[in-house]
Design a protein around this ligand. Structure first.
Ligand code: BG6
Length: 483
């Protein structure tokens, strides 16, 4: 199971994602021996690059001070470039020939991974041509890895899914949600189902509320074109946040396997309460960042319309109405240009029914899972204050601290690409999960589209608008994480 044989064909091979994430991840797999002699990569995109130039780009993408030059050079030799117009059938003929040639040269045995890292509007035509021009093989596996966004609402997602589904079975489609490849997100299942302590308490009898924060310090950067059509709700909630919600609220799977986990995650997403327009108004807020002396406001960013109404921040309260979580508010928030890059989950437990300590105030038990900036899990507890008198104090118990240089955490993409090579789709998103997520998101989006005045503002570098805090305050809660 360790050494893999595969030919990668990357559509969008000159793009940012390929350079920043895919090539470095493939290099890690190469250094660890998962990919060695029997693999090759064809990068395709419109630009007329040569193999030499492409290899140079790949070398640059993976070179770092501590890397051996020899490893880098040997790795880059497995890369080939094919200039390609996705609508031109002739180009697929050339691609097929190159693929056959490389398959023989590297003794790959027909295994192919088609990686679609470009605009989804081309996915259908690519899938079709891969099939009709026989780039899919008979003697190995053929898997399609797809980057987000998977549509921009349920209708377009269905169309996209049908277009792909005519040529590739659901089992061979791997929809990437890179959050599912993150070590600390995978820790949710370990903590929940590996400890009777938490397994027993993980329900509406003991949990008061759940808080999920995915905050970013960066602004829209160079992605104006995409972001203007997406906004924070589609960019982060439909995929990453709802996936996290499903992992937190699903019932215990019969086993830690792809099919059992999928079934439970899907059931959790089905139990998501889809809001009426009135409920959307009460439970979801959106906002856009404004400028400060140092930082530009969203509308002042390059290629953003100066009257843009795209939200760069979303906060909301949602409910998963299954047996264990009905009634537990799940507060979520995400946004760009916030105070800090943080990804964290706070599980706030209910107060003890009776405080026997008189006037001493008891702190809440809170289990915190921090995904970024570095992996941490801690539990907040009440303990005795050391000393002659009886007093209480709140202590944070460290359950896990991933120290920066002690263990190396594999990058999400590295883990997910290896999973795809092994045919393990546990940490990829199934079509039905995508569909239920869109259903939930569409209800919010369509209400907002008819409600021009619901866009608030927040200053760059803050933790979002006041309305996001009010969502909790009116329930008698507050965000555990503040800056
Ligand atoms: C992507 C979004 O899916 O996730 C980006 O499109 C966002 O807008 C990114 O910046 C955040 O990912 P991470 O791994 O940096 O938390």
């Amino acid at each position: 199971d360790t050494k893999q044989q595969a030919l990668f064909i990357i559509f969008g091979g000159t793009g940012d994602l390929a350079k920043r994430k895919l090539y470095p991840s493939l290099f890690e797999l190469y250094k660890k021996g998962f990919l060695r002699d029997n693999f090759a990569v064809i990068g395709t995109a419109r630009r007329p690059w040569t193999d030499e130039y492409f290899q140079e780009v790949v070398r640059e993408a993976v070179t770092a001070e501590h890397e051996s030059e020899e490893d880098v050079a040997n790795f880059a030799q497995h890369f080939y470039y094919q200039s390609h117009n996705v609508n031109d059938t002739e180009h697929y003929v050339t691609l097929r020939k190159l693929a056959q040639q490389l398959d023989q040269k590297y003794h790959i045995g027909g295994n192919r991974l088609f990686y679609l890292a470009m605009s989804p509007r081309f996915f259908g035509t690519i899938a079709k041509h891969l099939k009709s021009q026989h780039i899919v093989t008979d003697n190995g596996y053929n898997r399609l890895i797809i980057e987000k966004p998977f549509g921009h609402d349920l209708t377009s997602a269905k169309e996209l899914n049908n277009a792909i589904g005519s040529y590739f079975t659901e089992k061979s489609v791997f929809r990437i949600d890179h959050y599912l490849g993150k070590e600390m997100i995978q820790n949710i299942a370990a903590v929940r189902f590996g400890n009777n302590l938490f397994r027993s308490l993980w329900n509406n009898r003991y949990i008061d509320n759940i808080q999920i924060t995915l905050s970013e310090a960066l602004g829209v950067e160079e992605r104006a074109g995409y972001y203007e059509t997406a906004g924070a709700l589609r960019d982060m909630v439909q995929n990453h946040i709802l996936q996290i919600v499903s992992l937190l609220t699903m019932n215990m799977p019969a086993s830690y396997t792809e099919s059992d986990i999928r079934r439970e995650k899907l059931d959790a997403l089905k139990a998501l309460q889809v809001y009426t327009p009135e409920q959307v108004k009460n439970n979801f807020v959106r906002a856009q960042y404004t400028g400060t002396n140092e930082l530009k406001g969203y509308r002042q960013e390059e290629k953003i319309a100066d009257d843009s109404r795209t939200e760069t921040f979303v906060a909301g309260k949602l409910f998963v109405n299954n047996e264990n979580f009905a009634g537990v508010p799940i507060y979520i928030r995400t946004g760009k240009r916030l105070a800090k890059k943080t990804t964290r989950i706070d599980i706030v437990f209910k107060d003890i029914p009776k405080n026997i300590f008189g006037s001493a105030k008891l702190g809440k038990n809170i289990l915190t899972i921090i995904v970024e900036p570095k992996g941490e899990i801690y539990l907040q507890m009440n303990v005795k204050q050391i000393g002659q008198d009886f007093g209480l104090q709140v202590q944070k118990m460290d359950l896990l601290q991933v120290k920066d240089n002690k263990v190396q955490i594999p990058e999400a993409y590295e883990k997910l690409i290896l999973d795809a090579l092994r045919g393990n789709a546990t940490n990829f998103t199934h079509w039905e999960e995508v569909a239920y997520s869109w259903k939930f998101v569409d209800a919010i989006r369509s209400t907002w589209d008819q409600q021009q005045d619901s866009l608030a503002e927040y200053a760059s570098g803050s933790m979002g608008p006041k309305v996001a805090d009010d969502l909790l305050v009116r329930d008698g809660h507050k965000w555990v994480f503040t800056v």
